[in-house]
Structure formats: C-alpha cells, structure tokens
Design a protein around this ligand. Structure first.
Ligand SMILES: [Zn+2]
Length: 315
C-alpha cells in the first residue's frame, strides 16, 4: 500500500505561498542543476541551519530527527511525516544491516531538514540531509535516497570536500565510483520504500520504461547518452554531469548506475555490495569488487550489458 506523505496540506500557508512564488520563478532545485549552473550545494548549510534554529520546529524519533519551518505545516502533520520517515529509516537500517564498524552515522538518528530557498537536495557528511521545503511540498523529496547516503558514509576523509588540497581532491574525483555512490542509495531507497509502504520520489524516474534495466537501455541507445552506459562501472566522477548537458545526460547516467548496482546486488547479494560502500571514494573499490565477484570489472560490465539486452527483449 502506498502511503503518500502528508505534505500537500502545506500549500495554504503564507510561507508556502511565498516559497511557492520563489520556486516557480526559479523553476525548482533539480531543473536549476540541470540548467548547467554548478552550485556548491553545501556552502549555505550553516545559514540554513541558523535560520531553522530560529524559525524551525524539530520532532525526534529513534532513527530520524525532522526539522521544518515552524509556520509551514501543522504540528500534527509534522508528527505524521516523522512517523513515516521513521519507518523508512528503520527499513534502510535493516537493509544496510547497521551498524557497521565503518559507518560514520550507523548508530545515530539522521537529521532531515526542510529548508527555505532553492538548492539541490543533499546529505552533507555530518549526518544531516537538507531538502528544499518547496521540493518536499511538491511531494518530490528524495528522503530515503539522501538518508541512504548518510548510512553509507564512511569515516572522514571520505568525500571530495573532506580533503584539504586541490591535488588531493582531484585524486578523489579521479578514483571515485560515482555510479556506486549514487546507484546504491537508489537501490536501497526503492527497497526501503517498498518495505515501509512509503512513496519515495525518484528524481530521474529510473523505471519509466518498466524495469530499471529497460530504462537504462532505452536512454542510452544513441550518442551522446550512450557514453553514459560506458561511464557506469568506471573510475572517476563523470564531468559531463555537472556541465551544460546535465539535463540530457544525468537521467541516463543515474538510471544505468542503478541498473548496474541492481545487477551486482542480484549476483552478489545486497549485504556484499553494501560492504563496498567504505571503498567507494578510495582506490580500493575495484579490487574489493573483483575479489567479491571473483571476476574482473570488465567481465562484470560485459555480463551486465548482456543482461540489459536480455531484459529489454523480454519486456
Ligand atoms: Zn545522491
């Protein structure tokens, strides 16, 4: 049973009217990113936090703390949303099999903050998830995807921005398994939503053509999107994803990343793939994966591509 998170009720508040105007004028966080504007999504987090300290209302559960602008929704609705998120987080923890020794936030509640303004939803490395209030109000919040990022975060330095020097950050960018970093949270979010009976918004509609495999195949039939299927399974951040062509390339890349991770999970088991998480931004992920699969990365990719073709033919 789908349980729609109770956010549409906020639309009659003054705050919503104000944010709604702003959101329409700026055409939303995700499309903002798709227009090619490269934004430092985390730079304004301290200001968002300070604003919510003054104007927010916080509700706590075992696995989640939810802060929203005080005037944006009735307290009862926030409680109901927190209950839904608690079920989702519970399911995520069970799937991930927390706690692991490598988890930075395996035993603490994920803090989800709905903040004013236009930005891309993100997990910021300190256990907080920031989502634009306007995105949540439209029912488009990737709550479980971002929460999965938190559960899959290993000790610092793990993310690019946690390295001090430009050469060190460049090195991380060159070795990161971006497909795993983004594909695994999608797989976990979809499964947790199903277990918990929640509706998780999928930004790139990765199952639009039926299965995620069929959608990947369909979206990568032609250049330049075909290159996105090749980029999955490779080392390094895909630079084209943050440039002018993001709108065209990102749906293909994220869908195929989820498709490849789904394939690996089917072959190797979810638990084993989750154990790759602490390696994702280090130069050890390829060795760890190849040892786990007892196969080379090239062979795994070739098998996946065959699987994609088969999945397309049978649907
Ligand atoms: Zn993500």
């Amino acid at each position: 049973m789908w349980m729609v998170l109770l956010l549409s009720v906020m639309q009659d508040t003054a705050l919503w009217a104000q944010r709604g105007t702003q959101s329409r004028a700026q055409s939303g966080a995700q499309s903002g990113a798709q227009s090619g504007t490269r934004v430092d999504w985390r730079a304004d987090d301290p200001a968002r936090l300070a604003w919510l300290e003054a104007h927010g209302r916080r509700v706590s559960r075992t696995h989640v703390v939810l802060t929203v602008p005080r005037d944006s929704m009735r307290a009862a609705h926030q409680e109901a949303l927190a209950d839904s998120l608690e079920r989702g987080l519970q399911a995520l923890h069970e799937l991930v099999q927390s706690p692991h020794a490598w988890q930075r936030h395996g035993k603490v509640a994920v803090h989800i903050l709905l903040a004013p303004g236009r930005f891309v939803s993100h997990a910021n490395g300190d256990g907080r998830v920031f989502i634009p209030f306007s995105v949540a109000a439209r029912g488009e919040a990737p709550y479980l995807h971002e929460s999965a990022h938190v559960l899959l975060t290993a000790p610092a330095p793990f993310f690019v921005w946690e390295h001090d020097t430009p050469p060190a950050r460049q090195a991380v960018g060159n070795r990161t398994a971006q497909w795993l970093l983004e594909g695994l949270p999608n797989v976990l979010a979809a499964r947790a939503a199903q277990v918990a009976g929640l509706r998780e918004y999928n930004v790139f509609a990765t199952t639009a053509a039926g299965s995620v495999h069929a959608t990947c195949a369909e979206r990568t039939r032609e250049a330049p999107r075909a290159a996105m299927r090749e980029a999955v399974g490779s080392e390094g951040m895909v630079t084209g994803l943050n440039g002018e062509a993001r709108g065209e390339l990102a749906p293909a890349y994220y869908t195929c990343a989820e498709s490849f991770v789904t394939f690996l999970v089917d072959q190797l088991g979810l638990r084993a793939v989750v154990e790759l998480a602490p390696h994702m931004t280090h130069d050890t992920w390829r060795t760890a994966l190849e040892r786990l699969a007892a196969a080379s990365l090239e062979d795994l990719k070739a098998l996946w591509q065959k699987h994609l073709m088969a999945a397309t033919r049978t649907e």
